[in-house]
Design a protein around this ligand. Structure first.
Ligand code: ARG
Length: 471
């Protein structure tokens, strides 16, 4: 007999059980479900809604049930639909009919909303920690490469030389915004929905604030209909996760390119590369490729959740059970990628000579020739044209700007003097971009210092929240 079987005269069709049950995936919520129930039952006892000794019996029973589930000793059944009813069934088996008092003043609708928030809080703290490890790996590599020059690209054409440290710090800042987005979402995740009941609230004199305090929520949700029917905190998480995945995917793409023979800028450590079953010479950047590939499923989960929610009338609808698998998968996917990325970046071997060679054999100092002429009084638009002609001439001669003799250069402008060679050297070109945010060594060092300070702030935030969650 179902826990809700009273008004039914027939058992549920087996196919219906199989189709509608969520126990196959929401058993992941067991720990949070029982954590929430412990707070709820403590409140029921405190408010005199059930007897204090009944509350204690139920609490003990719940702990027992959790241990059984975690040890894999509990039988979870499809007929009991979901984790909430399975736990209740196991509780009643454990302690007898008094277990039936647990669900007083509560519905699975507010219960599942609570579980989702409890789960996501922990996931957010963990993911911010993992993002920090990747940011640290990027920053440590950047510090090793404050003198390593490589071509910076636009349109994947060599554009202007930059420091490799500067390039890596760009990603450290992307991930910093990802951290801040997750921290911001925390304000909305960390509200306690229990008490909403099925949709309208409850007739019992419950104390929602007490439950919120027990579970370390900052506040209670404000509207019972909203509490059980919205999952915008899940959408927000999936959106933040999509941006993280997108950033990791771009960095992955660069690592794939850089480790190709065509670029030959880095070599990934053997421990983070894989081979080919047929071609003995191959060393493939599979991890980077898979991180790039898996961004697709994360974006998909975001679209899936938005689409599931878009046509739903208030309040709870069974459609919302679809909120779970995408969220779980997103958390697992992110954890996998971030966990691998930190050591993959730490151990990556940077081929600075090849990078420098690439810079030396391109026209990425052409802007600097134009700027040189401007400094000597020529209008930028005119200097742009002059340098364009110089580049064209160089290409015809099979040379780069630094290979041209002084007389050759002076054909294009008599403003050009001997100091041009110093001005066009990659080191000078990089050092000249000495404005905040620029690629000059001192400016990249500023970025490193800034990120290191932010990492410390992130670490403190994470520790504070983790300490609260552990209670
Ligand atoms: N398994 C359900 C879910 O995840 C729990 C809430 C069910 N509520 C209900 N009235 N059927 O959404």
């Amino acid at each position: 007999m179902k826990l809700w079987g009273g008004r039914f005269t027939k058992p549920t069709n087996e196919l219906v059980d199989a189709y509608t049950s969520s126990i196959g995936f929401d058993q992941k919520l067991a720990k949070y479900d029982i954590q929430g129930s412990l707070a709820h039952v403590a409140m029921l006892g405190k408010c005199g809604i059930i007897e204090q000794d009944e509350a204690e019996t139920i609490a003990d029973g719940l702990k027992h049930v959790l241990n059984k589930i975690l040890a894999g000793e509990a039988t979870l059944s499809q007929a009991d639909e979901d984790i909430h009813m399975n736990v209740e069934r196991l509780l009643i088996e454990q302690i007898g009919p008094v277990g039936g008092k647990l669900h007083t003043g509560r519905s699975r609708n507010d219960q599942v909303a609570l579980d989702m928030r409890l789960y996501l809080r922990e996931a957010i703290v963990e993911i911010i920690g993992l993002l920090g490890a990747v940011q640290t790996a990027l920053t440590e590599q950047a510090k090793q490469h404050l003198d390593t020059i490589l071509p910076g690209y636009t349109h994947l054409q060599r554009a202007q030389p930059v420091l490799f440290g500067h390039h890596l710090m760009a990603y450290a800042y992307m991930l910093q915004r990802d951290v801040e987005r997750l921290q911001d979402s925390w304000k909305r995740v960390n509200k306690m929905p229990l008490g909403a009941g099925a949709l309208a609230g409850t007739t019992f004199p419950i104390d929602r604030h007490f439950v919120a305090e027990q579970l370390h929520f900052d506040a209670i949700t404000e509207n019972s209909l909203d509490s059980v029917s919205d999952r915008d905190f899940v959408v927000e998480f999936l959106a933040a996760a999509s941006l993280i995945s997108m950033h990791l995917s771009r960095l992955s793409e660069e690592m794939v390119q850089w480790s190709s023979a065509e670029f030959n800028f880095i070599e990934l450590d053997d421990a983070f590369s894989t081979g080919s079953s047929m071609m003995p010479q191959k060393k493939n950047p599979d991890v980077a490729e898979l991180v790039r590939g898996k961004s697709g499923r994360v974006f998909g989960h975001l679209m899936g959740m938005l689409t599931t929610l878009k046509g739903l009338p208030l309040a709870y609808n069974k459609d919302m059970q679809e909120d779970k698998e995408g969220m779980f998968d997103t958390v697992e996917t992110l954890k996998g990628a971030l966990g691998l990325f930190a050591p993959m970046i730490e151990t990556m071997h940077v081929k600075q000579d090849n990078m420098y060679h690439a810079v030396r054999n391109d026209f990425s100092n052409a802007t600097d020739l134009a700027d040189y002429l401007v400094a000597k009084g020529m209008a930028f638009r005119e200097s742009h044209a002059v340098v364009g002609q110089t580049v064209l001439y160089s290409i015809e001669q099979g040379k780069y700007l630094l290979d041209l003799g002084l007389e050759e250069l002076q054909q294009f402008s008599n403003l050009i003097e001997e100091d041009i060679y110093e001005a066009l050297a990659p080191e000078t070109v990089v050092a000249a971009r000495n404005i905040p945010g620029g690629t000059a060594r001192v400016r990249v060092q500023e970025q490193v210092d800034d990120i290191e300070a932010l990492l410390e702030t992130n670490r403190q935030w994470t520790e504070e929240q983790a300490a609260k969650l552990e209670g």
